[in-house]
Design a protein. Structure first.
Length: 370
């Protein structure tokens, strides 16, 4: 670009000199310095810093604008020992974890750009309350069957769901891994998800004007430090069976996930699952079916919780205005909290077990408490 500007200015100077030949009186031509040429080049408009990009509604980070315009994909994922390690979990932008029957937990990872994910496994059945959380993100919801309590809601037109029990999606979107035992071996792929959306004729694009589920810090803002919060080098959600915990890595600024006594990893690439933010959401609940053990988690009534990032934790409250409205989180002064850009893990905590949540100032303190 600089070379072109110099040539154009030099050409203009030569033309001006030649046009003066043959005149009796020559007038002095203004000198054009190299500094002037440099100034012309510097004043040329630069392309936008994030041309072709847009903010991710899930992480607040700059991503390809085509990917940012997609409706995300939320999917039910098994989290029992036999279902781990999971495939694709490290590619998720938001992960929900909630208790199900038997005090096990089931996960719902949410992917902004699912198209590039090679494999998501194991895909499991729906529980009623997860539908509300998927709707919060305007997500297309994947699952392999469902508890009977969720059947009527899944039939509603506003719930764009992709079930492995649909004949149209079997072997086109969902497949079985012969190396794993059923029912923990159902999986899908980025290509399969796209095909499932096409078959079911769902709109893959977000509606114009969609607002981000979370409020994120801006690029030019310093990271949120929660200076008034309590130390949270290790975070324990208190789930009864998988007994998970998160450890803050001061070098990466991320919380690394552990459960069942060891690191929780992605079977696809071997990486440990890590997130920037942890949200804990304490909810009312009851047993909806004593024989089957199915739970009902109250997603609407609001309550208490915690926001954890960068080694600190602060109390929050949460509220939700409607089934499809985002859950909002507020600080002690009633202001909506701002999250650090990056991935978020949401732990749903049953209110009767909220006293099991714990924070530790160091790993040594955590190990001593075990």
């Amino acid at each position: 670009m600089k070379k072109t500007a110099v040539l154009l200015l030099a050409g203009a100077l030569c033309a001006a000199l030649l046009s003066g030949c043959g005149k009796k009186e020559e007038t002095a031509e203004p000198e054009i310095s190299l500094a002037a040429v440099e100034n012309v080049v510097e004043q040329k408009e630069e392309p936008p810093a994030h041309e072709g990009e847009a903010r991710s509604a899930l992480t607040g980070e700059w991503i390809d604008e085509e990917a940012a315009a997609l409706r995300p994909f939320a999917v039910m994922m098994g989290n029992t020992k036999i279902a781990t390690p999971q495939y694709g979990i490290s590619s998720a932008d938001v992960i929900y974890e909630s208790p199900v029957e038997g005090s096990e937990t089931r996960l719902m990872p949410i992917f902004q750009d699912y198209r590039s994910v090679e494999k998501i496994c194991s895909v499991r059945s729906c529980r009623l309350y997860y539908i509300d959380w998927a709707l919060e993100f305007d997500a297309i919801y994947g699952h392999y069957g469902q508890a009977y309590l969720a059947k009527d809601m899944l039939a509603e037109d506003y719930v764009n769901n992709l079930s492995g029990l649909s004949g149209a999606l079997e072997n086109t979107m969902y497949f079985r891994d012969p190396d794993r035992k059923a029912p923990h071996n159902a999986y899908t792929t980025g290509e399969g998800i796209s095909e499932g959306i096409r078959i079911m004729e769902y709109d893959p694009q977000r509606e114009a004007g969609y607002e981000s589920h979370y409020r994120f810090n801006e690029d030019d803002e310093n990271e949120i430090r929660l200076t008034q919060g309590q130390d949270a080098a290790v975070v324990r959600p208190g789930y009864l069976v998988n007994k998970p915990w998160f450890v803050y890595n001061t070098e990466t600024g991320l919380y690394e996930r552990f459960q069942n006594g060891s690191a929780q990893t992605d079977a696809g690439d071997g990486s440990q699952v890590a997130v920037k933010n942890i949200l804990m959401q304490v909810c009312d609940w009851y047993v909806a079916d004593e024989e089957a053990g199915y739970l009902s988690i109250d997603t609407m009534s609001g309550g208490s919780g915690y926001y954890i990032t960068n080694g600190k934790a602060v109390p929050v409250t949460w509220s939700k205005e409607s089934q499809s409205a985002p859950t909002r989180y507020y600080d002690a002064d009633g202001n909506e909290i701002t999250l650090n850009q990056g991935k978020t893990w949401v732990c749903i905590i049953q209110d009767t077990y909220a006293d099991r949540v714990a924070f530790y100032a160091s790993e040594e303190e955590f190990q001593t408490a075990q």
